[in-house]
Ligand binder design. Structure first.
Ligand code: PHE
Length: 350
């Protein structure tokens, strides 16, 4: 009896192997596997009538059926692995990339001249220990004017007549509003060193003025700050941004939030002061407005003017970029013409 079962198993194994040789796809494999191990497969059939058998026969049938089932499973599994491996190799072969082919060109962007200047300014002032701060563009009349010593009805408002949203809110006309906000937010009322680059808005539009433009403000407050500190700081800034030979001069001026106020000129960095079209033959270029923070401004933002003094300056970012890169029209900064922007390649970034 046992011999017979053994022989039958050998027979089935042989048959499976023969079938497997013919198989080329995973689909064929599934079909063939069903022929042996499926619900009506011949190996499954072996144990169909177990209940009618004597206990000895039952044990024998069971043992040999399990044996051949295990053998069959192993054979099918091996074949499946082999087929999958072959399929994968074929796929890899088909998908090989020819790395000698020329690649498609990726268009590379460049940093906008506005942002290049901002990055340079930020790096410079951070290296001198300043914080870089931000303020709201939709600002209240209070922070844009009143806290800066410009009460309601002050004539200086005429020069900054701008985009009011209602009587209290307007698009800020100057980043000086951040001076007031920074002083107010400083709870200890201690020293401040900050710059705040950002967008500003005025009702202007011509080749050198846009309704939206960038300004950055600088504010330093501490004990014993003098006009000499302001001059030294602006000299460092001018030399770093416009060239080591740049000189700085102060002219008396007027801003309601600084006293004394100055207009700051730099020697023309194109002609070194000899006179050219950029400086309109004067040798000097107007750079920014500045001054010592007015005691009223210190007071209205919680600082004691008897203890603290400070300086502030503010300038147009677009103006700086236009001077530095010889850009003739401010509108070029905002119309995003790719031919214009392409000239400011990344390489130029220091
Ligand atoms: N806010 C002034 C302007 O927009 C510039 C300025 C800033 C002047 C700080 C003095 C001090 O013209």
């Amino acid at each position: 009896m046992e011999k017979e079962y053994e022989k039958r198993n050998i027979e089935i194994e042989k048959e499976i192997k023969k079938d497997l040789e013919k198989i080329v796809t995973l689909n064929d494999l599934v079909v063939t596997k069903a022929k042996y191990l499926g619900k009506n497969g011949c190996i499954t059939e072996l144990t169909k009538n177990m209940k009618d058998l004597s206990p000895e026969e039952k044990a024998l049938t069971g043992r040999f059926a399990t044996e051949i089932r295990n053998i069959a499973n192993t054979l099918f599994m091996e074949k499946e692995t082999k087929l999958k491996e072959e399929a994968l190799n074929k796929k890899l072969q088909e998908e090989t990339i020819d790395i000698t082919l020329p690649s498609c060109k990726i268009k590379k962007g460049s940093i906008h001249p506005f942002n290049k200047i901002v990055t340079e300014i930020e790096d410079l002032f951070v290296s001198m220990g300043y914080d870089v701060l931000d303020g709201p563009e939709l600002e209240t009349d209070e922070y844009c004017f009143q806290r800066l010593n410009i009460p309601l009805g002050h004539p200086v408002r005429d020069t900054q007549d701008s985009f009011y949203v209602d009587v209290d809110y307007l698009l800020r006309t100057q980043t000086s509003s951040v001076q007031a906000r920074t002083m107010e937010a400083n709870k200890e009322k201690g020293p401040i060193r900050m710059i705040c680059p950002g967008k500003t808005y005025r009702r202007d539009d011509d080749a050198t003025h846009s309704h939206q433009f960038g300004q950055f403000e600088g504010l330093v407050i501490d004990e014993h700050i003098t006009l000499a500190d302001l001059k030294g700081t602006l000299e460092v800034m001018a030399r770093k941004l416009l060239g080591e030979k740049t000189n700085v001069r102060f002219r008396p001026s007027y801003f309601p939030f600084t006293e004394p106020s100055v207009e700051v000129d730099v020697s023309c960095f194109k002609c070194n002061g000899k006179g050219c079209s950029l400086c309109k033959n004067t040798g000097w270029i107007e750079l920014l407005g500045a001054g010592m923070v007015h005691p009223n401004v210190l007071k209205s933002n919680g600082y004691d003017p008897n203890k603290y003094t400070g300086f502030a300056f503010g300038t147009g970012i677009d103006r700086l970029a236009m001077m530095k890169y010889n850009i003739p029209d401010i509108r070029l900064m905002y119309t995003n013409d790719i031919r214009f922007l392409k000239q400011f390649d990344r390489k130029e970034l220091k």
